[in-house]
Design a protein around this ligand. Structure first.
Ligand code: DHB
Ligand code: FE
Length: 280
């Protein structure tokens, strides 16, 4: 049977991808951030999952802002890095897993989550940057990927509580998939950041650290954070953190933290990385 071996929370900052693509990771601005990624990459090499479910959001690259589906799973055999205005990132194409994706979609719809099926979908920095953070710069990504895109950009976004429940339904679906596979799940985006408006540049390390603590401490507090609290405490893009709750929901009730790295500033964001494993 398939089983989930761990969860990763990871910011998806475009300039972190660009720093790697342009050979800048050893420059003084970037080195402390990238040094902190090394133990996570070591965990990833050892864990070596067959499949990674990447919960991310599209930033108006695949979906025009006029049409923003709530939850979309990519069921294609391959996904190309999106052209976000400067050409496609020169990273490997992302290999999908149509059989597992179709199983997930069916199981989730029967569990009353109305998931859209994408048969063609370019994947933007929200998905490719966390792959780069966790795997470095391989010629091919060493795993197959199931993209799960969540609307966090157009009001009303789903509640964190809903995302957590979606994670639980994903867990059930993976457990029921009749193939011997190891699966990791990434929740991406966050942590606190606001990219525009009066409070552009807002980062709230106290909020971010408490969020990291409560992923293994008090998940109920996190699932009760509402849109206004995200906006107030974590800035207008802080709501991306609801995607970490999908990841958290797919793990056991009791988890332990394997690794964390938190760094400010990285571009405009409190850059967070956490690895969680089930206690058993
Ligand atoms: C930044 C962070 C994001 O999550 C994003 O989608 C775009 C930009 C940033 O910090 O620059
Ligand atoms: Fe983002």
């Amino acid at each position: 049977m398939a089983r989930i071996i761990g969860g990763v929370g990871c910011s998806h900052i475009p300039s972190v991808g660009a720093a790697m693509d342009n050979g800048k990771t050893q420059e003084p601005y970037w080195k402390p951030l990238f040094d902190g990624y090394e133990p996570a990459r070591e965990w990833m090499r050892k864990a070596n999952p067959d499949v990674v479910i990447v919960v991310y959001n599209d930033h108006a690259a695949a979906f025009d802002i006029s049409l923003t589906p709530m939850f979309t799973i990519g069921a294609a055999p391959e996904f190309l890095p999106a052209d976000e205005g400067y050409g496609r990132r020169k990273v490997p194409n992302v290999r999908g897993y149509p059989e597992l994706a179709s199983h997930l979609i069916e199981s989730l719809v029967f569990d009353e989550f109305d998931i859209n099926t994408a048969l063609e979908m370019d994947v933007d920095h929200g998905l490719t940057v966390p792959l780069s953070v966790m795997y470095g710069q391989p010629r091919e990504w060493p795993c197959r990927v199931i993209p799960l895109a969540v609307n966090v950009v157009k009001y009303p976004q789903p509640l964190g509580r809903r995302c957590y429940k979606l994670g639980k339904a994903i867990r059930k679906a993976v457990d029921e998939f009749d193939e011997d596979l190891t699966v990791a799940i990434f929740g991406t985006g966050g942590m606190s950041h606001q990219l525009q408006g009066e409070r552009a540049g807002l980062v709230n390390p106290d909020f971010d650290k408490a969020f990291l603590d409560d992923l293994s401490g008090d998940v109920a507090r996190l699932t009760n954070i509402g849109h206004v609290e995200y906006m107030r405490e974590a800035g207008s893009e802080g709501i991306e953190l609801i995607m970490w709750l999908v990841m958290r929901g797919a793990l056991d009730d009791k988890v332990h933290e394997v690794y964390r790295h938190y760094h400010v500033p990285a571009s405009n964001t409190g850059a967070g990385l956490i690895i969680l494993e089930n206690d058993q």
